[in-house]
Design a protein around this ligand. Sequence first.
Ligand SMILES: NC(=O)c1ccc[n+]([C@@H]2O[C@H](COP(=O)([O-])OP(=O)(O)OC[C@H]3O[C@@H](n4cnc5c(N)ncnc54)[C@H](O)[C@@H]3O)[C@@H](O)[C@H]2O)c1
Length: 390
Amino acid sequence: MNDLNIGVIGAGGRGALAHNAHRPDEGVRLVAGADTRPAALSTFKEKFGPDVFVTDDYRKLLALDSIQAVFVTSPDFLHEEHAVAALEAGKHVYLEKPMAITIEGCDRILRVAYEKKAKLYLGHNMRHMSFVLKMKELIDRGAIGEVKAGWCRHFIGYGCDAYFKDWHAEREKSTGLLLQKGAHDIDVLHWLCGGYSERVTALGALSLYDQITDRRDPSKPADASWHDENWPPLSQKQLNPIIDVEDLSMMLMRLNNGVLASYQQCHYTPDSWRNYCIIGSEGRLENFGDVPGECSVKLWNHRESYNPEGHEAFAIPAEAGTHGGADPKIVAEFVRYVREGGSIKTSAVAARNSVAAGCMATQSLRNGGQPADCPPVPDELAAYFNADVN
Ligand SMILES: NC(=O)c1ccc[n+]([C@@H]2O[C@H](COP(=O)([O-])OP(=O)(O)OC[C@H]3O[C@@H](n4cnc5c(N)ncnc54)[C@H](O)[C@@H]3O)[C@@H](O)[C@H]2O)c1
């Protein structure tokens, strides 16, 4: 098998995900990092040795012929620019979610990857989370009959720390949190329910964090680290100078297979987890907790007024690695895909369609809840990218 040399654009922050790929004994190496923060580049060099190439200009990294693949883990508003440049430079690309902050941006990325025949892999790591995989397995084996509805409630206790102190809080840089954060859950709902949103509607508001007047000096770096003692939400300090995204939003989706779905997101709950409920013609499934080793999936498949235990319960065993063990698994799948090909769990078309639903729902909520239609992916692009998805 050929050796694989990898570069990382956005080496700090989420760039740490790429560290999972570095296995010199197996011929896979992180050899270059680009970041605009000098501290991120020094950390990268400390970790991977004095010979790695570091730069504050990602184009210099892409000019290296010795690199075959690139992780794009920069902020959302740079995904389109960075992914298109990497694909045009002939690199295979791992691109973090959301694919881009506009539908047009996603379609441009798809088009360039299609023309270059490059491998484009989207970082929807929830497709590698064991509780999601258990729900998918149960649905696929008919445990709840034909899927009719999918609901997701998303509690984000760390919402202010992570999303209201830096670029995430600005429409210009994220479009909105229904896209930025919801892209994961819209994708999971689409996957579990077997279709893509064709029509969406949403309501939402900036309902709390606009009341906080303590804002960061724009000339100072943002600190988006999480602290449980930042409570209650209105005691938060040093918020982003601009906040024009919603902190509470609820969207409804009609999928192209007739399934109806909903997604609710709140950024000031005391707890942090996702709760999915999938209802079929012969039962329903729900997860309780989302941390492997602590969570379970329950199945109800006959009539009874109330049974908190479920008719069958599936404990989800503990896993090593960040994001419930999903990060090492998704990186291993990307590396295998680039080196050997084969089928993959994440999907560029699905990632684009989660952006489409998130963007159109954001438009709807800023437009008084008016329903909005999601444009489909052009047929030739869908056929090309779907061929690799299992
Ligand atoms: N899949 C997941 O579970 C998951 C988790 C966290 C973040 N993410 C995604 O990862 C991405 C990065 O998120 P983050 O929180 O690490 O953001 P961040 O703001 O910390 O940025 C990541 C890195 O990119 C660098 N950067 C900024 N501008 C750059 C430029 N022009 N060139 C090169 N590097 C640049 C930053 O300095 C930083 O080190 C986002 O798209 C986010 O949605 C995904």
